[in-house]
Design a protein. Structure first.
Length: 576
């Protein structure tokens, strides 16, 4: 399974998706943590406590204002009671808000925060504030209730105590604000560190993905180019491509192995056809030579028969010359018989070779059909690879769409952060980095899409060459059908030649018997002149028939040679 092209392509698709989702989840978790921390630090701790301190400071000012008005002489009773009530309410609210601020500071472990200038902790400042404000409230309340006269020294002391309380409130507010600033800086450092780790991880991940994708595409291109070059050579008739020493276990390795096996079988088959063609050609030449010799012998016999016919008319006077002519005729008939036997043997061999060639031709036709089916399967495999590349392209487009949506979401986050103002500055930086990450993902998806488009182009080229090879195989199958028909015609012609040769042999044997009868009856030549004349006419007719048969054999051998030459031209298109 690990060696499958389909599995490798699936990994090339799933790995970037997995790391993209993992990075997005990590970034979302970091942002969620920062937002939660920002909420707890800036709102729950800093904002609320600082707001309570500011409100307590305001209550102090309002209590001081009410006290100053109560110390004025000549106030109406109802105004005096109202200002006294305001004084008590503001003093009470000051203590309550300061107490609430102390609770928040203790809950968030902020009581140990130290002011760098005074070197005082927030807890100590709160205790000192509560003590001093209680003293100030007790003294001012006593002055109000006792209606004592204004004492300048006492008022200065109360004013000094109030200013001291105000200064400590400012210090406490500065400590809280500095805590918020420090926490914001820490969150920014955490965010920067998270972004750095994220960028480094993404860089390593995408680099590994690009390297693996490049190696896979390079391997696929090499394998397809090997198959393409071999099929191109086969389409051109070149069967000299040698098989590889080792094949991979994936689909492309099996494809190259099948092509090499196909080329080897075609090379063996064409070699057998070439050898058989040479054998048939040699046999046809021998048959043609034998036919010519038989024709020459038949011509010679015809000439002698003509002489016998002329001498038969003069047999009574030239018996000795007739005897010699008959002996010469017997010799010629014997030669004809020998040549006829040789021709019969050659025709039998030619018939056997023709049948063997026809058998090999049928084997070649079956092999071509098997090759045609293999090339069709190869074409289907290339089409399936093209479909897989199109699906990968669609998934890459989905990744591009996800990156665009992430970019839009980060833009919306930047807008919301801008609305938040100063408190949303850190979130705006995070949104900007997410937008950069989405842009990088989009660019990587475009690179993958370009690589897949290039792979699809190579597969389309391979499909075109497969179609050309398929067409060449169809043409080769048609040519083999024509050659098979030619071999069938050769086989029929050779069989006819064999039949005619056997008939010629029978006639020659008959001529030999007639010659012996003529030789035996030479002593009675004077009385059997007419019988001899009739016999010589029969021999002349048989000789003419034999001459016609020899010419037919010669013509058939020429046709056989023409068919063999045509077969040689068809086979010569292949280079072994």
């Amino acid at each position: 399974m690990l060696r499958s092209i389909r599995f490798r392509l699936a990994l090339l698709l799933l790995i970037p998706m997995f790391f993209f989702v993992l990075t997005a989840v990590m970034q979302l978790n970091t942002n969620s943590s920062n937002i939660g921390k920002m909420k707890n630090t800036l709102y729950e701790a800093s904002f609320k406590s600082n707001n309570l301190v500011v409100q307590a400071d305001r209550d102090m000012y309002q209590a001081l204002r009410a006290y100053d008005l109560l110390r004025l002489a000549g106030l109406p009773p109802q105004d005096y009671e109202q200002f006294q009530k305001d004084f008590q309410e503001n003093a009470t609210q000051f203590n309550e808000r300061l107490t609430d601020a102390a609770v928040i500071l203790k809950a968030n472990s902020m009581t140990e925060l130290i002011d760098p200038e005074t070197n005082q902790t927030a807890g100590a400042l709160l205790s000192s504030l509560q003590t001093e404000i209680n003293q100030w409230v007790q003294q001012t309340s006593a002055n109000i209730e006792g209606h004592t006269a204004t004492d300048i020294e006492q008022e200065k002391e109360l004013s000094t105590m109030f200013d001291s309380t105000r200064g400590k409130i400012d210090i406490l507010s500065d400590i809280i604000n500095q805590y918020a600033v420090d926490q914001t800086a820490e969150m920014q450092r955490t965010n920067d560190s998270s972004q750095t780790i994220t960028w480094i991880s993404l860089s390593i991940e995408w680099l590994a993905i690009l390297v693996l994708g490049y190696l896979l595409i390079r391997y696929m291109g090499r394998s397809i180019n090997k198959a393409l070059s071999k099929t191109t050579l086969v389409a051109a008739g070149n069967l000299q491509a040698m098989p590889e020493a080792k094949y991979r276990k994936d689909e492309l390795g099996r494809l190259n192995q099948a092509i090499d096996a196909m080329i080897g079988r075609m090379r063996d088959l064409v070699g057998h056809i070439t050898d058989n063609t040479h054998t048939v050609s040699a046999s046809s030449i021998e048959l043609s030579i034998g036919a010519k010799e038989s024709a020459a012998s038949s011509t010679n016999v015809a000439e002698h028969i003509q002489a016998v016919t002329e001498q038969a008319e003069m047999q009574t006077t030239i018996a000795e010359e007739s005897s010699r002519a008959v002996e010469e005729m017997a010799i010629g008939v014997q030669r004809i018989a020998e040549n006829t036997n040789s021709i019969a043997d050659l025709s039998t061999r030619a018939s056997d070779q023709a049948e063997l060639g026809n058998s090999h031709m049928q084997s070649l036709k079956e092999q071509m059909e098997s090759i045609f089916q293999g090339i069709q399967s190869l074409s289907k495999t290339v089409a399936q690879l093209n479909d897989k590349s199109e699906k990968i392209g669609q998934i890459t487009e989905n990744i591009t769409s996800f990156a665009n949506q992430t970019n839009i979401l980060s833009l919306n986050a930047s807008i919301e952060a801008a609305r938040a103002g100063e408190h949303g500055r850190g979130f705006a930086v995070v949104a900007q980095e997410i937008r950069k990450l989405a842009a990088g993902s989009l660019e990587s998806a475009e690179v993958i899409s370009a690589l897949i488009e290039e792979t699809r182009g190579e597969i389309a080229k391979a499909s075109g060459f497969m179609s050309a090879t398929l067409s060449q195989s169809s043409e080769g199958e048609a040519k083999l059908s024509e050659v098979g028909q030619d071999f069938t015609a050769i086989l029929e012609a050779v069989k006819q030649v064999a039949v005619q040769v056997h008939e010629t042999s029978a006639i020659t044997q008959q001529m030999s018997a007639s010659s012996e009868e003529v030789a035996a009856s030479m002593e009675q030549s004077a009385t059997a002149a007419r019988e001899v004349s009739g016999k010589t006419q029969e021999v002349a007719a048989a000789t003419e028939e034999q001459l016609a048969l020899a010419e037919n054999i010669s013509h058939a051998s020429e046709q056989l040679r023409g068919i063999v030459e045509s077969l040689k031209q068809s086979v010569s298109q292949f280079r072994l």
